[in-house]
Design a protein around this ligand. Structure first.
Ligand SMILES: [Zn+2]
Length: 257
């Protein structure tokens, strides 16, 4: 009889555990309701080697862009109900031009170009898998510019270095968080205001202090006005933290790499 009771106890324990995990699973935000923008893909590099490579490695550009959008918004936000810039259309072009890639325009419609010459350049350094890895990484970076929040009360990208560092740092932080940089790119040195990977890897490292750091840092653009790097770090992690001390700790951690 005791054995039966024990089994009943174990069974009910297991049922309550399973029931609990179901409830937890239900609370995980679903992105099923996220409304994707329309993707207007235009090839403007017909006849170039870069286009021929792109066309081979990305047979369905719209699918790749939509998958990347989901990766970006999931890294920047908790759920589709958050305050996400309302992009309704993305004009994505592959063009035979200098440079790598850039985003222009503002919601509801943005433009992103990707250079077929850069595709050719990447192909010199590796095979199709390397070119696809680079293409997806660059796409993530530019899509962050579409979907990230922007600092307020401190001027603009062109006029304020802090604004620039936030915008370019977050774009590379999201790219790094989704494993679109080789680990060897993470190096010591520089300053958190440098933008791009120097800032990006630091911001990614700060997820070791708070796993939602990138989402909270993005959201700080709505909450810390005028925005500042140190103000946002304190807002997210607590008053006892300073950017300088965290940066020093981060630099120290890179010595052990
Ligand atoms: Zn950028």
């Amino acid at each position: 009889m005791k054995k039966v009771l024990f089994l009943v106890f174990i069974a009910s324990f297991l049922i309550s555990c399973c029931a609990k995990s179901t409830i937890v699973a239900d609370k995980t935000p679903s992105w099923d309701t996220f409304i994707y923008p329309e993707i207007n893909f235009v090839n403007k590099a017909a006849g170039t080697e870069g286009w021929s490579i792109y066309n081979r490695i990305v047979p369905d550009p719209e699918k790749l862009i939509k998958e990347s959008i989901l990766g970006v918004v999931k890294t920047l936000y908790w759920s589709p109900d958050d305050t996400i810039p309302n992009i309704r259309k993305i004009n994505y072009t592959v063009e035979d031009v200098k440079g790598i890639s850039a985003k222009g325009g503002a919601p509801p419609e943005i433009n992103i170009f990707y250079s077929s010459r850069w595709v050719e350049q990447s192909a010199k350094n590796g095979g199709d898998d390397k070119v696809l890895y680079e293409t997806e990484g660059v796409l993530y970076h530019e899509l962050v510019h579409g979907f990230q929040l922007e600092p307020q009360g401190i001027g603009s990208y062109g006029t304020n270095k802090t604004f620039f560092a936030f915008i370019e740092g977050m774009a590379d932080a999201v790219r790094a968080q989704n494993n679109y940089f080789p680990a060897s790119n993470r190096k010591q040195g520089g300053n958190w205001m440098d933008g791009y990977q120097t800032t990006g890897f630091f911001l990614q490292w700060l997820t070791s202090k708070d796993k939602d750091f990138l989402r909270k840092f993005n959201k700080s653009a709505l909450e810390v006005i005028p925005w500042s790097f140190d103000g946002a770090v304190k807002h997210v992690l607590g008053e006892k933290y300073t950017t300088q001390e965290l940066w020093d700790e981060y630099q120290e951690s890179l010595k052990n790499n």
